[in-house]
Design a protein around this ligand. Structure first.
Ligand code: ARG
Length: 475
């Protein structure tokens, strides 16, 4: 404790203990120094400052409108809060751990600046509904930012996909070559995942965008407040309908982190693929140098660190989700100090999502494709075997028999060390007399892709249409 802190917390000579505290009147000795540090949240919740000020301005305007604050008080409060906002942005605001959290820091500074008007601001309000309001305002802005970043990544995916509707790659199941798909088609799978992520955030936003203020500590307030006015002022769609619920539940934050965990999971899967594809074993893609790093010992190395870190950071967001669920599960109604622990996981989730999305969009823009390597890999794993089976079915063979005949043909081709398309017609006809020369059309990579032209299929014409539709969605 600094000498100054000791001076302000002295109990001697009838001076108030905890004199810096808003709640000091009730206490007979100063709070323990360790407890002060343990319970303070200003180190992290100061990031909510701009939203705390927005909430206070709206609250003060309402107090004036219903006749609780004079015009002069309101003016003083608005001016004071504007000056505080400037100080915070300039980095000159005197944050103090003695004042516990962002709310009490700002309130004290306001009182220092404008006197009694500052002391009247907290009428009909509690830090419990205040903090819930701040978190909701913060999260609403964060969601809007995340939505913009998701669109940015989706745009980068479409830009890359557009160049590769005819680029053939092996589609995998079990990481074994399965069937040929276009690289564009593969990328559009992630576009779809991200669209659902965006929908989840939009849906979550509806529940975030409700006003807790008016709930006060837990039971509401005896002042004739106008909650609708405050809601309108702050751009909320409505008010929280139950005061106990308003100050207590953080389900909206949990939902946000759950949506974030899913988004990160999608990015993590994509990362895993980029990492595999960039390894010399695959050699499908290269990632621009500016998105890679080197090794301090191995001069030849170029590592896909960005993708690896996104994959790694998914773990921390998943962890935050579990932390928040666990934080909530044992709490009786209404507010408990436990809820102060919601901030770090939430803030870190927002930071992680924003950084990951932004860096990922740039990285996708820096991908170059080795079209030949992809094509060669698609030719290696009998990727068109299903097409030959389908060909036989179209000639009247039941699918199970066709499957068996082609499986035999694949075994035969394996002994020859060649692809099905490289066998002679006579070789193929050993396995079914239904096979004629036109079978070779079905066995080409292009033939296979072109035949899948239904909605959701990999045919280049279909994928081009899907890209056009996706572009419209982003407008
Ligand atoms: N710093 C607190 C939090 O983040 C603000 C609310 C404190 N309320 C109280 N009654 N102690 O939750």
């Amino acid at each position: 404790m600094s000498a100054k802190d000791k001076a302000t917390d002295k109990t001697k000579n009838g001076a108030k203990p905890n004199a810096t505290k808003a709640w000091s009147g009730r206490f007979s000795e100063p709070v323990d120094d360790l407890v002060k540090r343990f319970t303070a949240s200003v180190g992290f919740d100061q990031r909510l400052a701009e939203f705390d000020i927005q909430g206070s301005v709206a609250h003060a305007r309402m107090l004036h409108a219903v006749g609780i604050l004079t015009a002069a008080d309101l003016e003083a409060i608005e001016k004071g809060l504007a000056a505080i906002s400037d100080e915070i942005r300039a980095g000159t605001f005197p944050w103090s751990i003695d004042l516990e959290d962002v709310h009490l820091n700002i309130e004290r500074r306001l009182t220092d600046m404008v006197g009694d008007a500052g002391k009247r601001l907290h009428t009909g309000r509690s830090r419990n509904d205040q903090v819930a309001t701040d978190v909701r305002l913060y999260l609403r802005a964060a969601i809007d930012h995340v939505q913009t970043l998701i669109k940015g990544l989706q745009r980068a995916l479409l830009d890359l996909a557009e160049q590769h509707t005819d680029t053939v790659m092996p589609g995998f199941t079990h990481l074994q070559v399965a069937q040929p798909v276009s690289f564009a088609h593969h990328l559009l799978a992630y576009f779809e995942m991200l669209s659902r992520d965006a929908q989840r955030f939009a849906d979550c936003r509806k529940r975030v965008n409700r006003l807790p203020l008016g709930a006060a500590a837990l039971a509401g307030t005896s002042f004739p407040i106008d909650r609708q006015m405050v809601a309108k002022e702050l751009g909320f769609d409505g008010v929280c309908e139950n005061s106990l619920d308003a100050v207590s539940d953080r389900d909206f934050a949990i939902e946000f982190v759950a949506a974030g965990a899913l988004l990160m999971t999608h990015l993590s899967r994509f990362s895993e693929e980029l990492i595999l594809w960039m390894s010399p074993r695959f050699g499908f893609i290269d990632i621009a140098d500016r998105y890679c790093t080197g090794s301090s010992i191995m001069p030849q190395k170029k590592n896909p660190d960005v993708a690896e870190l996104v994959r790694g950071k998914t773990g921390r967001v998943n962890g935050h989700l579990v932390a928040l669920l666990t934080l909530m599960k044992g709490q009786p109604l209404a507010y408990n100090k436990d809820n102060q622990e919601d901030k770090e996981p939430l803030l870190d989730t927002v930071d992680t999502l924003m950084m990951s999305l932004a860096v990922f969009a740039g990285m996708v823009g820096g991908i170059t494709v080795n079209v030949e390597r992809m094509r060669a890999a698609a030719r290696e794993g009998y990727a068109t075997a299903t097409d030959l089976a389908d060909y036989l079915v179209k000639k009247g063979l039941p699918f199970r028999e066709a499957h068996e005949a082609v499986a035999q043909a694949v075994r035969f081709a394996e002994t020859r060390g060649c692809d099905l398309a490289e066998l002679s017609l006579d070789d193929l006809r050993q396995f079914s007399k239904l096979i004629t020369a036109d079978a070779f059309d079905a066995l080409t990579l292009e033939g296979s892709m072109n035949s899948r032209s239904h909605i959701g299929g990999t045919a280049p014409a279909r994928v081009k249409a899907a890209i056009a539709k996706a572009r419209k969605m982003l407008l």
